[in-house]
Every structure is written in structure tokens, then in C-alpha cells.
Design a protein around this ligand. Structure first.
Ligand SMILES: Cc1cc2nc3c(=O)[nH]c(=O)nc-3n(C[C@H](O)[C@H](O)[C@H](O)COP(=O)(O)O)c2cc1C
Length: 155
């Protein structure tokens, strides 16, 4: 059993990239191997799924509820190709700002699409409100229990 986590990042202005870097450092300290995907490659990621695959999606919302730039292409393909992603396991951290009607819409969509594709959600989605939350603190606590779930629900 390998303990590798692919971290997919949807960012436009860099906040989420920064957060993902911090999470990767924490996960490595906790003994996991991480690979950061700043511009997730749909083909590469979906074609390499196996029993050990775990994705941690850090998804910022932009535009009118759309995915941040770096994951737009990935999201489009996820919608249009409707893949079967079994036996992938995953978690989503949705990043947004509650002043928008479309609060965290992209992260919510990502969670829904992956579940629809047959992937197993390891833990309920975390939503980070950039206008009030401390992103690093919230994400760090969430990530600890995410990896606990990952070990409990090992294939
Ligand atoms: C032009 C613009 C549009 C945004 N639209 C949304 C939105 O629709 N829903 C939401 O929850 N947050 C929205 N946000 C808030 C961003 O998700 C938030 O600023 C986030 O930290 C950006 O992450 P990034 O720096 O990784 O791109 C928007 C921010 C900007 C600048």
C-alpha cells in the first residue's frame, strides 16, 4: 500500500496554490508522498488511476461560479467525458468568498462530479470562506482527518 496523494489545484490569483503548498508540506511531514498538480492534466490523471489513487482537490471558485483558471480545462473534460473513476478515493477543499451568490460553486461541482464518476469520497468537503476563515488552519485540521480516513478506508 503506497501512501501517495495527488493534489489538484484550481487557482487564478495564487491563494490556492499557496494553500496547497502548505498542505503538501504538512502531509509530507506526516509521512505521505505528495504530487502537486498546478494545472491538472485530465488525461494523465484519469488514465493512471489504480487501487491506491487518492486525489485531494483544492478548488477555488472564480467568475460566476466557475472553476479558477488552472483547472478549467480539467473541469470541462470531467463534465464532457463522464469517466468511470473507480477505484479512486478523494476529498475536496472548496475555496470561495461568501459575498458571492455562487459561493464555492466550483468545489461543490468537483465533489459532485467525482462522486458521480464512482469515486469514493473519504471525507465531507471542506468549504473555506476567504472573507472570514483562516484558510491554513482550517485546511490543516481537515487534512489530518482526511489522511486518517485514507488509512482507515484503505482498499
Ligand atoms: C473575479 C473574482 C470572482 C470570484 N468569484 C467567486 C465566486 O463566484 N464564488 C466564490 O465562492 N468565490 C469567488 N471569488 C473568490 C475567490 O474564490 C477567492 O478570492 C479565492 O481566494 C481565489 O483563489 P485563488 O487566488 O487561488 O485564485 C472570486 C474572486 C474574484 C477575484
Amino acid at each position: 500500500m503506497h501512501h501517495k496523494i495527488d493534489i489538484l489545484v484550481a487557482t487564478t490569483s495564487g491563494n490556492t496554490e499557496y494553500l496547497a503548498d502548505q498542505l503538501a508540506a504538512q502531509l509530507q511531514q506526516d509521512g505521505f508522498t505528495t504530487e502537486l498538480h498546478y494545472e491538472p492534466d485530465y488525461q494523465q490523471l484519469t488514465s493512471s488511476i489504480n487501487q491506491d489513487s487518492v486525489w485531494l482537490c483544492c478548488v477555488a471558485c472564480h467568475g460566476a461560479g466557475d472553476y479558477a483558471d488552472s483547472m478549467l480545462d480539467f473541469a470541462e473534460q470531467l463534465h464532457s467525458k463522464q469517466p468511470d473513476l473507480k477505484p479512486l478515493r478523494y476529498g475536496v477543499i472548496a475555496i470561495g468568498d461568501s459575498c458571492y451568490d455562487t459561493y464555492c460553486a466550483a468545489g461543490r461541482d468537483c465533489d459532485e462530479q467525482l462522486a458521480k464518476a464512482g469515486a469514493q469520497r473519504l471525507q465531507d468537503r471542506l468549504e473555506i470562506d476567504m472573507s472570514i476563515d483562516d484558510p491554513a488552519k482550517k485546511a490543516s485540521t481537515w487534512a489530518r482527518s482526511f489522511t486518517e480516513q485514507m488509512c482507515i478506508k484503505a482498499e
